[in-house]
Design a protein around this ligand. Structure first.
Ligand code: XBP
Ligand code: MG
Length: 253
């Protein structure tokens, strides 16, 4: 029988509210640094999240909302420079403790470690940004594989980053469960053969998660039960390794 061997976590929006309280805020600071009064509000940022990757999202915004913008020098260089500034502010916000882990994240990861389940990351975020999240709210040494950003040609919803993580783990999709927060993440995991558990946030709560194992409002804590948005949690009120194993077993048959 296929036993659960590893959990592969998405980062942004899954481990912490890094989109709303991190990348978005940091982009606004970077815009101000380069003399632009652009402000990515929560609702605008929710729309821009349709495109994965910070550089790609900025390019999408320019094409969609600022067609007349004339950068000093080449557009590619300008995007890279603003993204670099954004990453500086993002890492500063994390270091200041402004972005705590979401409910249940630390507890589940600690239990998985205690029970010998391997851990990996699959994110479209740049590696230094992903590492900053792990350093500030968890511990990078807990993760055997950190698959991030530009290491693969196509970002989520393409499956590339999951294929890469599985290859590095030397496991198959049947050995693993993914934990994601968005429909792009779900599509990426599904296309790599994984059935993810979804932990929604304000940006993603109304997305279509057909094909997920379970859809929750967060992973839950013993004193802070999750709400099940879709699927069966067997009466559980927080996601632990036993529930993960049951869901995994049912999915691989
Ligand atoms: C989410 C993303 C990321 C971040 C920005 O990644 O799309 O691009 O918004 O990060 P995931 P960078 O949910 O897969 O973790 O600026 O580092 O690209
Ligand atoms: Mg995400």
């Amino acid at each position: 029988m296929d036993e659960l061997k590893a959990i592969i976590f998405d980062v942004d929006g899954t481990l912490a509210e890094t989109e709303r309280d991190g990348h978005r805020v940091a982009f606004n600071r970077a815009f101000s640094d380069v003399g632009l009064d652009w402000n990515w509000s929560n609702s605008l940022y929710g729309e821009l999240l349709a495109v994965s990757g910070g550089k790609e999202r900025l390019r999408y915004y320019l094409e969609r909302d600022r067609p007349d913008f004339d950068p000093p020098g080449s557009l590619d260089d300008w995007i890279v420079a603003v993204h670099k500034r954004k990453n500086h502010y993002y890492q500063e916000l994390l270091a200041a403790g402004a972005i705590p882990p979401r409910p249940g994240v630390k507890r589940l990861i600690q239990e998985a470690r205690d029970r010998g389940i391997r851990l990996a990351i699959a994110t479209t975020s740049a590696l230094p940004n992903a590492m900053a999240v792990l350093e500030q709210i968890l511990d990078p040494s807990w993760f055997e594989v950190v698959a991030a950003g530009d290491v693969v040609p196509e970002k989520k919803p393409a499956p590339d980053i999951y294929h890469y993580a599985l290859e590095q783990l030397q496991l198959t999709a049947r050995d693993c469960v993914a934990i994601e927060d968005s429909c792009q993440g779900l599509a990426a995991a599904r296309a790599a053969g994984l059935k993810p558990i979804i932990t929604v946030n304000d940006y993603t709560r109304n997305q279509d998660f057909a094909g997920a194992l379970l859809v929750l409002n967060h992973l839950g804590e013993p004193d802070r039960p999750f709400e099940v948005r879709w699927g069966a949690a067997d009466g559980a009120t927080y996601l632990d390794v036993d529930l993960l194993r049951r869901l995994h077993r049912a999915s691989v048959g």
